[in-house]
Design a protein around this ligand. Sequence first.
Ligand code: ADP
Ligand code: MG
Length: 325
Amino acid sequence: MAKISSISSLGEFGFIDEISKNYAGAPLPLGWLGIGDDCAVIPKDTENSWLITTDMLLGSVHFLPDLIPPRSLGYKSLAVSLSDIAAMGGTARAAFLSLAMPKNTDDTWAREFMQGFSDLAAAENVSLLGGDTTASKNDICINVAMMGEAPNMSIKLRSSAHAGDIVVVSRPLGASAAGFNMILNQKLENSAAIRAHHEPVAETRLGAWLGAQNDVHAMMDISDGLLQDLSHILRASSAGARLDITGALIHPAASLEQALSGGEDYALLFTVAPDAFAKLVSNAKKELGRDLIAIGTLTPDAGEYDVFHHGKRVKITKLGFDHFA
Ligand code: ADP
Ligand code: MG
């Protein structure tokens, strides 16, 4: 009898690996980059490339429709794609929005959703170029596809980290996961954490700025949790990591676990040549008013993953979010 096993034993990332190995269609022309990074890359002219990303948000899975204001949901739907463009070192230009809604969806809800989406699009200079609209039997489903662009020199891949690089995060983590818990438990007093969950800020300015820094090697955004997402850089770059987590990484509203594995932070995670790190920190402060958080270094031992918190080893039981786990 054939063995039947579910998609959950393969895991989200195991399935994506299989897709990229066996089902990716035509071979890629020179200069194109397909499955495996925050965006696909298609050359635009000799010096610049288009960046393309698509993300789905499904009601009851990514959001609870009764608990998120429609304006926030519209904002968030665009922010998650802006974050992927920023993670490549690029600038967002255009979006396509596909929406499936149950027939009885309130038209005020739909208009407020669109207002949140278009307010952020206008603020980020992104044009909505098209999409698709259909009825759904049950849940709301939102898909945003986005195009951005970057000078080829600025594009940061998950695969270009070097052993010895400093691992850096753009802001404290865990607020979104903490906010989500508060929303579920109807403890609504911590507005910063709730806002971080409902209206995550994509690092659009910082991402393009980091793209222009030659000593920034690999970069991605943190959508599934720091440890999970760093594991993608480690795998793509055949490196290991030793992390020393301090209070600076943990958002005041969050626990250590939420900061390491919470997900939906949409901060940037990147690696920097060690001799360039001090200058990068001072320039980020001077030019953008931003504090960067160093959390450890990359080692040459592929697969090694050691995490310490105030000198004590953290036992890693759960990396972060996998849709089928
Ligand atoms: P992100 O969190 O940055 O959006 P994901 O973890 O969702 O990235 O996806 C990782 C990579 O796998 C991306 O390059 C994405 O385009 C690709 N990918 C995910 N699902 C599919 C799919 N069903 N078919 C083809 N590529 C996919
Ligand atoms: Mg990403």
